[in-house]
Ligand binder design. Sequence first.
Ligand code: IYR
Length: 230
Amino acid sequence: MFARDHIEYQAIDLPDRNPMSDAEMRAAAQAFYETMKTRHTVRDFSDRPVAGDVIEDCIRTAGTAPSGANHQPWHFVAISNPAIKKQIREAAEEEERRFYAGGASDEWLKALEPIGTNDHKPHLEEAPWLIVVFAQKWGYFDDGARFKNYYVPESTGIASGFLLAALHHAGLVSLTHTPNPMKFLTEFLGRPAHEKPIMIVAAGHPSQDAKVPKVAKLKKPLEEILTVAD
Ligand code: IYR
C-alpha cells in the first residue's frame, strides 16, 4: 500500500460531507451519547455465534481511524477457532495467576477489587470471537524498505476505540482484556516480531445472566472531565 510513488501531497475535495442544521447536530450528538452510554464491558458471553462478516465490518471501521502520518500502524487478528482460543486462554491464565499471586502491586490489586476480576478467564473461550490488536513499530514500503511509524500507542488506541464503538453499534458486547505480559500472542498468532500485541477484544452476545460491576456505571460527571476555555 505504501509505495514510494504515493508519498507526495495532493489535495482532493473533502469527500463524504454530512451537513446538518444546528438542531440536527444537537440531536445527533445527544443520540450518539445515548447509544454509547449503553456500552458495557461484559465478560459473560452466550454461545450464540456471530458471523465473520460482522466482525470484518467492525474491523473495517477500526481501520478508518486517524493515525500518525496515516501509517495505520495496526493489525488485527480475529479468532473464532476453538483450539486457538483455548490455547490463548491457557497462556493468559498462566500469566494472570502470576499477576494475581503477587506479580501486581497491592495497590493495583486493590484497585481491581471493585471490578471483580481474577485469574479465571473463561470468556477467552466462550466469546465467539477474540480480536487481538497489534501495534506496528514500523512498516515496510512495497520494495521491502522499512519506515518508522509515529504516535503508535495513540493511533492504535484510537483504532481500538473505533472497534469497540463499532461492535457496540452492531449489537455486540465486548471485553478489553490485557494479559500481562502478552508477548505470547505474537508467537501463537504467527505475527512478526516488530508487532506488539496491545489488547485482546473478546466480542459476542452477552449471556442471559450477564453481570457487570456496579461501579462500572459510575462515570465522572462532565464538570469533572471538561474545562471550557471560551
Ligand atoms: N490483566 C489483568 C488485570 C487487570 C488490569 C486492569 I488495569 C483491569 O482494568 C482489569 C484487569 C486481568 O485481565 O485480569
